[in-house]
Design a binder for this molecule. Structure first.
Ligand code: FRU
Length: 485
C-alpha cells in the first residue's frame, strides 16, 4: 500500500483540499489539523531555519491508529503555514510498522529527528528501535538508522518516544519504558555527539507505583535549579477531582541530579489539562521560553469522535508558553497567536448585570472574561447551540469547577470536575474554534481542552450567576483562519 503511487495520491488530495472551500462545520480554523487521516502527538518541535517546525504523528491513509508517519507544517507567524508534508515514512526494516513519536535537535546546520521505529516481528511481537534522521535546510530528509537497538534487560518492548536535553554540553535522552513488573518508568541515556548513546539507567523519582507505562517523557529546564518532568502516564485510577480521562498528561518539578539519576524533592504530579481531550504534550525551547503543544485527542477513544465518518480526526493544541510560578507551570497562549485576531467585537469594562448574553456570528473567537465574584457565588458560563449546550459551573465556596458536555448530541459526553483556586476574580481566557475549545483559567493555572460537535452553526454564550454578575472585563475578537500554502 505504501508505494509511490499512494504518496502521489496523498499529494494530489492535499492540493485539492486546500484549493476548495467545502469544509464540514467541524473543521477547525486555527488549530493545526490534517485534511484527512488521523493526527496524534506533536513531534520534533523546533525552531530551525528561521521557522517553527511542527511535526506530528500522522496516518495519512485512514482514521485508524496505524501506518504512523511524521507530517510537518512550518510557520513564522502562526497564521501562514506551509502545506502538510510527509517527512518520515514507515518503510524501513526498523520502522516498518510506524515512525513513532520523538523530538528534534538542531545541530550542525541540520535538524536531527529522533524517533521510535515500531516493528511487529514475524511472530507478532512488538520491537522498538530508537532511530535518527537528518533534515536539512532544503527540506531533504535522510534516515540515518538505528541508534539504540531494543530495550535493555529488565524492560518490556514498550520503549519509546525519545526526548533530548543538553546539560553542560552533554546530550541526554529520556525514553518512556515499562519495567518487566509492568510499571511506567523512564530511562536516561547520554551522548557526546548525539549519535552514540550510553545507557545511564532509570530516573529515580518518588513515583514508584504510578501507572503501567509512561509515554512521551520531556525533561525541561525551568531555571538554574529546577527541571520539569512532563510525561503521559497510563493506568492511573480515576479520582473525584483528577485523572478523569482514560490516560493522563502532567508534570512534577524538582532538582535534577544527573550523577545520582534522581529528581530530588519533586512536587506532586499535576495534570496539565483538566478537560476531556488532551494527551502527549511536547515542549521545546525558543527564545528562552518553553513552548508546548499537545494532542487534542486520546488513545483508545476514537469511537467518541464523529469526524471519523468525515475521514479526519484530531488536532493539535495552540502553542502554550510554560511559566514557572509558586512551583506550578502556568500555561499562557503564545504571544504570536495575537496575529489571529481579526477584529475586536467586544470591549466591556465594569458592567454589573443579572445575566449577559453574547452572540457569536462566527464560532471562531478569542474571549477574555474576568468576573468579580463574592465568597458564595455560583457562576455559570453556557455555550448554547440551539438546543444543545456545554456548561461550565464554578462554585466559589467549594472552589469546584465542573464542565458538563452531557447536553451535546454527538461526541463524548459526561463531566470533568476539578479544583480551581480563585481570589476575588474568576478569569477565563477562551480560544473557541469550530470543534475545539481551549479555556485557560486564572492566567493559565488550569486549562481545559475539549472537542465538541454541535449540529447548529451559531453560538450564544450566556453568563449567569445566583446573584448579580460583575463583569470586570469582557473582550472578544473574531479569529481568522490559518492558511496552508
Ligand atoms: C502517544 C503514543 C506514543 C507513540 C505514538 C504512536 O499517543 O502512543 O507513545 O510513540 O503515540 O503514534
Amino acid at each position: 500500500m505504501l508505494n509511490e503511487k499512494s504518496y502521489k495520491k496523498i499529494e494530489q488530495d492535499l492540493n485539492l483540499y486546500y484549493s476548495n472551500n467545502n469544509k464540514d462545520i467541524w473543521r477547525n480554523n486555527f488549530h493545526i489539523e490534517m485534511p484527512f487521516g488521523l493526527v496524534n502527538d506533536p513531534n520534533g518541535l523546533s525552531y530551525f531555519n528561521d521557522k517553527f517546525h511542527i511535526f506530528y504523528q500522522w496516518n495519512p491513509f485512514g482514521c485508524e491508529h496505524k501506518t504512523k508517519h511524521w507530517g510537518l507544517v512550518t510557520t513564522t507567524d502562526f497564521v501562514n503555514f506551509t502545506k502538510p508534508q510527509i517527512i518520515l515514512k514507515p518503510e524501513d526494516w526498523f520502522d516498518k510498522n510506524g515512525c513513532y513519536s520523538g523530538c528534534g535537535l538542531v545541530k550542525d546546520d541540520e535538524l536531527k529527528l529522533y524517533y521510535t521505529g515500531n516493528v511487529r516481528s514475524a511472530s507478532g511481537e512488538r520491537e522498538s528501535y530508537q532511530c535518527v534522521a537528518a533534515y536539512n535546510k532544503n527540506g531533504i530528509v535522510e534516515k540515518q538508522g538505528v541508534i539504540i537497538e531494543k530495550q535493555p534487560e529488565g524492560y518490556t518492548a514498550h520503549f519509546r518516544d525519545p526526548y533530548i536535553f543538553i546539560e553542560n554540553k552533554i546530550y541526554y535522552m529520556v525514553l518512556g519504558v515499562q519495567s518487566n513488573d509492568l510499571k511506567g518508568k523512564v530511562l536516561i541515556y547520554k551522548s557526546e555527539d548525539a549519535m552514540k548513546w550510553e545507557l545511564l539507567g532509570e530516573l529515580k523519582t518518588d513515583m514508584k507505583n504510578f501507572g503501567y507505562m509512561w509515554e512521551c517523557p520531556n525533561l525541561v529546564k525551568i531555571n538554574d535549579e529546577k527541571y520539569g518532568f512532563i510525561f503521559s502516564p497510563q493506568g492511573l485510577e480515576s479520582m473525584e477531582f483528577k485523572y478523569q480521562n482514560i490516560f493522563q498528561s502532567g508534570y512534577v518539578i524538582g532538582s535534577l541530579d544527573l550523577k545520582e539519576l534522581k529528581l530530588d524533592n519533586h512536587s506532586e504530579f499535576k495534570e496539565l489539562d483538566m478537560g476531556f481531550d488532551f494527551y502527549a504534550p511536547q515542549v521545546f525551547n525558543h527564545d528562552n521560553q518553553n513552548l508546548m503543544f499537545g494532542w487534542i485527542g486520546l488513545p483508545d477513544k476514537d469511537f467518541e469522535y464523529p469526524t471519523f465518518e468525515h475521514g479526519w480526526m484530531y488536532s493539535l493544541t495552540i502553542p502554550r508558553v510554560l511559566e514557572y510560578k509558586n512551583n506550578v507551570l502556568y500555561q499562557k497562549p503564545f504571544e504570536k497567536l495575537k496575529n489571529l485576531r481579526q477584529s475586536q467585537i467586544l470591549n466591556i469594562n465594569d458592567l454589573s448585570c443579572s445575566d449577559y448574553k453574547l452572540n457569536l456570528k462566527s464560532r471562531c473567537a478569542e474571549i477574555i472574561l474576568n468576573l468579580g465574584i463574592s465568597e458564595t457565588n455560583i457562576v455559570q458560563v453556557k455555550f448554547k447551540f440551539k438546543d444543545e449546550y456545554i456548561l461550565i459551573t464554578y462554585d466559589k465556596k467549594s472552589q469546584i469547577c465542573i464542565i458538563d458536555r452531557s447536553n451535546m448530541c454527538l461526541g463524548g459526553k459526561g463531566i470533568r470536575k476539578f479544583k480551581l483556586e480563585t481570589g476575588e476574580e474568576l478569569k477565563l481566557h477562551m480560544f473557541i474554534d469550530n470543534s475545539v475549545m481551549e479555556i485557560y483559567y486564572q492566567d493559565g493555572l488550569e486549562v481545559t481542552t475539549l472537542m465538541y460537535f454541535p449540529k447548529d452553526d451559531k453560538l450564544e454564550i450566556e453568563i449567569k450567576s445566583d446573584d448579580k454578575i460583575q463583569i470586570n472585563e469582557l473582550c472578544a475578537w473574531n479569529l481568522r483562519s490559518v492558511k496552508y500554502e
